[in-house]
Design a protein around this ligand. Structure first.
Ligand SMILES: Cc1cc2nc3c(=O)[nH]c(=O)nc-3n(C[C@H](O)[C@H](O)[C@H](O)COP(=O)(O)OP(=O)(O)OC[C@H]3O[C@@H](n4cnc5c(N)ncnc54)[C@H](O)[C@@H]3O)c2cc1C
Length: 390
């Protein structure tokens, strides 16, 4: 049975990000690696966007494959604001996968197979990994398969998106729309993204935060109407993007490091890298990858987790409970957030990088009633966001 230093269960965003991060610090040549992934990963199966001021550890990992940059945002009430010092960037996953393919080919000790991990067995000195075809052993497994999550504590960010090409030049390519809440809410929190990449090309994405997943049937008329209200009726749909991301506090961990000697290291969404109340994940995944790579390169005994500060975990809990049980009130909270605060503060708040003073300023401006309700529920029922029988 062949033995590797590292096996990756999954060869998607987080696995490739960790391998690229190791490559960037000249640390990949030291390890033998097997990537087990059922999918060929050669299409643009998603686009990743995040805001960056170029100072974070995520930016260098994607810097040379940025497909589009937006410097302005169409805020609530159709106000255009500059994103400075941030910009919002988009990466096509196909470019990310191709970049990783090219780099990984330089490493004879990095191998890939098209297969699925079906079971793991921890032994004293190693970990056994079985796929549908064969078995391998390794010192460490980086696992990006999503575990089963408790459905009562789980919401979904679900979306239906189109890449459209219009017959006329209609878009401002510097300005993105991130959360336009002026769409039907249908008992959840719903909003529209509009990300133009050329004067006649854009990604329009209808998004829901809620327990029920959006369907194409309910989304299409809303997207058509949204475009029609902008005077856009003649367009071709070039690609669809229909998917969902779990929003849950279950994957968040309170401690900063895995216990020494832990062989199975969750990465990506399964490590809790998606912010539970917004689903923003990719920047966290890249940052976690850079952090992990530095520890692996230095042969540190304990590997870092993406840890969330207790105050931000609590805010997420308050918001998820509202999204789950009183979605009509959550729209007010998001709109108020964008109305009342400078954009850079909001983006740092969503990145969990504001100071406690700034958090208090944000809370002070929020409609208090929904917050008091959610705080009362957390006192009565602990961290659960689920509806309780009265
Ligand atoms: C369509 C879409 C758009 C997104 N856009 C954004 C965005 O703009 N900004 C943002 O911050 N986040 C975004 N996300 C969320 C997040 O960044 C992505 O989901 C990201 O790809 C997560 O990385 P990952 O490695 O955890 O999962 P993945 O990239 O999904 O990789 C996991 C891999 O594991 C493989 N796998 C599954 N089961 C097995 C098995 N048994 N054995 C071996 N392999 C297996 C899968 O085939 C998959 O390739 C988006 C998600 C989706 C789905």
């Amino acid at each position: 049975m062949k033995h590797y230093d590292f096996i990756f269960a999954g060869g998607g965003g987080s696995s490739l990000a960790l391998l690229l991060a190791l490559h960037n610090i000249d640390g990949l040549k030291d390890f033998s690696v097997l990537i087990i992934e059922p999918d060929p990963k050669n299409t643009n199966d998603r686009t990743w966007c995040f805001w960056t001021d170029h100072q974070d550890s995520a930016y260098p990992l994607v810097e040379n494959i940025i497909d589009h940059r937006w410097t302005k945002i169409n805020n609530v009430h159709q106000q255009i604001s500059h994103l400075k010092p941030f910009e919002y960037i988009q990466i096509r996953s196909a470019d990310f996968y191709a970049k990783a393919d090219k780099i990984l080919l330089q490493y004879p000790k990095v191998e890939r197979i098209r297969d699925k991990v079906i079971s793991l067995e921890e032994q004293k000195e190693r970990l056994l990994i079985s796929t549908t075809m064969e078995s391998f052993s390794c010192d460490k497994l980086f696992d990006s398969r999503l575990p089963k999550l408790k459905s009562s504590e789980l919401l979904w960010q679900s979306f239906v998106g189109w890449r459209i090409k219009t017959d006329k030049a209609v878009f401002d390519t510097d300005t993105c729309t991130l959360m336009d809440f002026e769409v039907p809410q249908n008992g959840a929190l719903q909003f529209m993204y509009l990300l133009p990449t050329a004067e006649n090309r854009a990604l329009i994405e209808f998004t829901r935060f809620g327990s029920a997943v959006l369907s194409k049937e309910e989304s299409v008329p809303i997207m058509e109407k949204y475009l029609a209200e902008m005077g856009i009726t003649a367009y071709e749909i070039e690609e669809w993007e229909v998917d969902k991301i779990p929003m849950s506090l279950e994957l968040n961990r309170a401690t900063r490091f895995h216990p020494q000697g832990q062989r199975i290291i969750p990465i990506g969404l399964s490590a809790g890298n998606a912010k539970a109340s917004t689903g923003f994940a990719f920047k966290n995944i890249l940052k976690h990858s850079a952090h992990l790579a530095a520890h692996l390169h230095k042969r540190e005994k304990q590997l870092p987790r993406p840890v969330q500060k207790a105050n931000f975990k609590y805010y997420d809990q308050l918001l998820l409970r509202l999204l789950n049980q009183k979605p009509d009130l959550s729209k007010k909270l998001f709109v108020r957030l964008f109305e009342k605060h400078p954009l850079d503060r909001i983006l740092r708040f969503l990145d969990e990088e504001t100071s406690f003073d700034e958090d208090l300023q944000i809370m002070y401006q929020m409609p208090w009633l929904p917050f008091f309700w959610s705080i009362k529920e957390s006192i009565l029922h602990g961290g659960s966001i689920a509806k309780k029988d009265r």
